[in-house]
Design a protein around this ligand. Structure first.
Ligand code: IPT
Length: 268
């Protein structure tokens, strides 16, 4: 009774906290978890991770790796007799999936900033290979356009705090927006560091909205306003659904989950 988890980089807080949630839920239900971390983005590394799990005779697989629909189907083809559940694919993908509605979450951030009266809003996007980042970014742009707004600046990071810091430096000292939407909390941590270094007050001068609500986000200085994906719930639900598939139950392919806006102290 073993489930396999193929995951993206575990030095990233969200995948690490999802993996932890998966491990806890599986253990409570009498399952072992074996983990294979893809050592780089892309299909080849995903395939290698899945093969590593298959060699350990898993009963089903959770895949927290960004994949296009065709790539997800190709992975399923490696073990057609086993159930797969994907956690980072396009919402229209035809494979079994469990994930938060990225478009809804991104829209919540825009609506919050616009309601506060902000117009000059910069976007800090995640990496191009990320399906989740692409979906969040598209929804930010659509929601801004709905208010006749263009992004004040478009920046890209790689999800890490270091990349958030580097991105924020490109706006300093005098290209600052009124507000920033940041595709994850870890990059927001780096943005905070850069703004503190230049003496920029948050939220008085710049408002920040993150995305994830990882366990540390309430402990940032100031505590971060963010879009909450309940990662513990996501992990547990993914295990429950994978076990249902292992038990040959019929399931809808999608399991839509809704994010919520958590207002702390980085927006005003
Ligand atoms: C997604 C996180 O929101 C983001 O912060 C980053 O860690 C990314 O994972 C890494 O792939 S959550 C994922 C289930 C889409």
């Amino acid at each position: 009774r073993t489930i396999g988890l193929a995951t993206s980089e575990l030095s990233l807080l969200a995948p690490a906290q999802i993996a932890s949630a998966i491990q806890h839920r599986a253990a409570a239900l009498g399952y072992h978890v074996v983990i294979a971390m893809a050592n780089q983005p892309g299909f080849d590394a995903a395939q290698a991770a899945v093969n590593e799990l298959l060699a350990q005779r898993v009963d089903g697989l959770l895949i927290n790796l960004p994949l296009q629909n065709a790539q997800a189907q190709a992975l399923e083809g490696l073990a057609a007799h086993l159930p797969f559940l994907f956690m980072d694919v396009a919402q229209h993908a035809t494979v079994h999936q469990c994930q938060y509605d990225a478009a809804h979450g991104a829209r919540l951030g825009v609506e919050h900033l616009v309601a506060l009266g902000h117009r000059r809003i910069a976007l800090l996007n995640g990496p191009a290979h990320s399906v989740a980042a692409t979906q969040r970014f598209a929804a930010w742009q659509a929601a801004l356009a709905h208010h006749q707004l263009q992004p004040h600046a478009v920046l890209t990071g790689d999800w890490s705090a270091a990349s958030g810091y580097q991105a924020a430096l490109t706006l300093l000292p005098n290209k600052l927006p009124e507000a920033m939407l940041i595709a994850n909390d870890q990059m927001a941590l780096g943005v905070l560091r850069a703004l503190h270094q230049y003496g920029v007050s948050i939220p008085q001068t710049v408002s920040l909205v993150g995305y994830d609500d990882t366990e540390e986000s309430a402990w940032y200085q100031p505590p971060l306003t963010t879009i909450r994906q309940d990662l513990r719930h996501l992990g547990a639900l993914s295990v429950d659904r994978l076990l249902q598939l292992i038990g040959k139950e019929m399931l809808a392919t999608t399991c839509p989950l809704e994010t919520e806006l958590v207002i702390r102290e980085t927006t005003a």
